[in-house]
Design a protein around this ligand. Sequence first.
Ligand code: ADP
Ligand code: MG
Length: 228
Amino acid sequence: MKKISTGIKGLDWMLGGGIPQGYLVSVIGSCGTGKTTLGLHFIYEGLKNGEKCLIISFDEDEKGILETAEGYGMDFASHSDNLVVVRLDAEEVKRKVEGFEDHLKRIFESLRPSRVLIDPLTILETLFDEAGRYSFLSKMRSIIKEIGATAIITGESSMDKPSSSKFGIMEYVSDGMIVLKTYRENELDEAILSIEIIKMRRIPHQRKPRPFTISSNGIEVFEESELM
Ligand SMILES: Nc1ncnc2c1ncn2[C@@H]1O[C@H](COP(=O)(O)OP(=O)(O)O)[C@@H](O)[C@H]1O
Ligand SMILES: [Mg+2]
C-alpha cells in the first residue's frame, strides 16, 4: 500500500509512513486545536511534490488561507499553478444541494487533484438533518474516490465525546480518523495539545496520543514523548 506524507514528520511516523494513498481521513478537534494547520501541511507537501491540490473551504476565503499558510512559512504563492481554492458558502450549498453536487463533481473532474482538503465540514453538516448529512457526505466520498484523490476533511468534535465528530457521521464515510485535543491539568496552565490516530483502515499504526505544538513552523509532533 502506497503511503503519502502528511508533511508532518512525527505524524508520518505515527502512521507508519503516511496516509495510505486514496484514503479519506477525518481530522476532528475543538476550535483552535490545529485542524486547519494540519490540513495545510498536507496540501503544502503535495504542492512541493508538484501535485495538483484542491482546498474546499467553508470558512476562510483564498486570501485568508494563503495568509495563514504564509504565517507558517509555507510558500503557497509560488505553487499557485497547482492549487485551486474554492470558498463555498454553506447556506448557498444547502439551498441548491443537487446543483452543488454537480458543481463539485465538475471541479474535481476538471482539476483531478491528487490531494484534497475540505475545511471545516461541520459548518455544512449543521444545516442538514441526519439523512441529508449522510447522503451529502457519502456523495462527496464517491466523488473523491472516483478520481482517486487522498483527502483530509476536518470537523468539530462532539462536546461530550471529544473523540467523535459533532454529528457522528464523518466516522461512517472516513477510512481514517485523527483526533486533536487540548489538555489542561490546572485552569491556569497552558493547554497541552495531543494528537491520536483513532482509526486507519487496513494498516497498523500508533495508538497512543502524542503531544504536539503549533508554532510559526506549524505543527510539530513529539513522537518520542508520551502525555503524562
Ligand atoms: N503563525 C503562527 N505561529 C504560531 N502559532 C500559530 C500561528 N498561526 C496559528 N497559530 C496557532 O494555531 C491555532 C489555530 O490553529 P488552527 O489550525 O486554525 O485550528 P482549528 O482549525 O482547529 O480551529 C491558533 O489559535 C494559534 O494558537
Ligand atoms: Mg480551522
